[in-house]
Design a protein around this ligand. Sequence first.
Ligand code: AMP
Ligand code: MG
Length: 344
Amino acid sequence: MKTVIISDINHLNIAADVIQKGGLVAAPTETVYGLCANALNPASVRSIFKAKGRPSDNPLIVHIADQSMLSNLVTSISDEALLLMKTFWPGPLTLIFKASSLVPKEVTAGLDTVAIRLPSHPVMQKLIDLSGVPLAAPSANTSGKPSPTNAQRVIEDLDGKVDVIIDGGSSSVGVESTVLDMTSDVPVILRPGGITYEMLRAVLKTVIIDRAISHTLSADLLPKAPGMKYTHYAPNAEVFIVKGHSEAVMIKISELIKLSKSQGKAVGILATDETSHLFHADLVLSAGPEADLNVIAANLFEKLREFDDAHIDIVYSLAFPKEGIGYAVMNRLEKSASYHIIEV
Ligand code: AMP
Ligand code: MG
């Protein structure tokens, strides 16, 4: 199919028309770009899975533009959920509710729950408004690759597979939404993201982090968010995280560069503004200033893709602090490294 690229937001009606006719539209959100279809049309939702090559047992997040769209999609809304929506919506927080019978099983992957988010990006909000329906939308990448944070990366993955791609510049948050399960007694973080544990704790009495997030997955530790079990966010290059005291890390990475070079590999380093000048490899990229985890989050996926652009075989990355949004950054980086972590 011929993909239409829209960069003038005055032309969003073209995209809304495509949604209403059952087609696919990639659109910017504040987290990453989303691949959108009418969430209430099972055939359209199935075509999302096809375009991405996404396993069909991985449910989708439903995006709404106004809290009033929520009541039809869920069976009940707790006071805690209301408080969270008031505090963090619009924004990068996805809440899991019991699904109403209106939500197709294609969206929920057969679960009795549904994930809902109200994004803050004005283009996404306007697209939902003009379409007049909730939009099912996973990240707009080929399944398994780093999520796209700008339209160019969506075009690389999905040109010819979707009807429309809307170019709305770079996503400001850069990692996907926090997924919070509101259907158990205590809210559980199933995926860390833009709304941090600390931010949730400031509002909720208790919040638990799903054990599957902080541990390497095994048969007895299956994640509750089905998508968390798949290989994810991986560039073509093999990624290793080198962790420990900064001086020891520098020495170790320099040794690893020499070793990999002697094996004929193209070596990439993911460092920070403060450290990138210390390394001599085929491509040294900075994820951002050491002290600004928000910038590092916004850059992470794009940097992983830049290593692929340069045909890098192996990437050694620094570890970032697991605090605030750094928790989400390290969750994505550890997955992109298939949990290959070198401790020094
Ligand atoms: P993506 O759309 O690729 O950002 O992924 C959405 C994430 O939300 C995946 O990890 C899904 O498994 C998770 N998710 C979506 N719906 C549900 C649900 N009903 N229950 C638990 N996790 C969900
Ligand atoms: Mg995704």
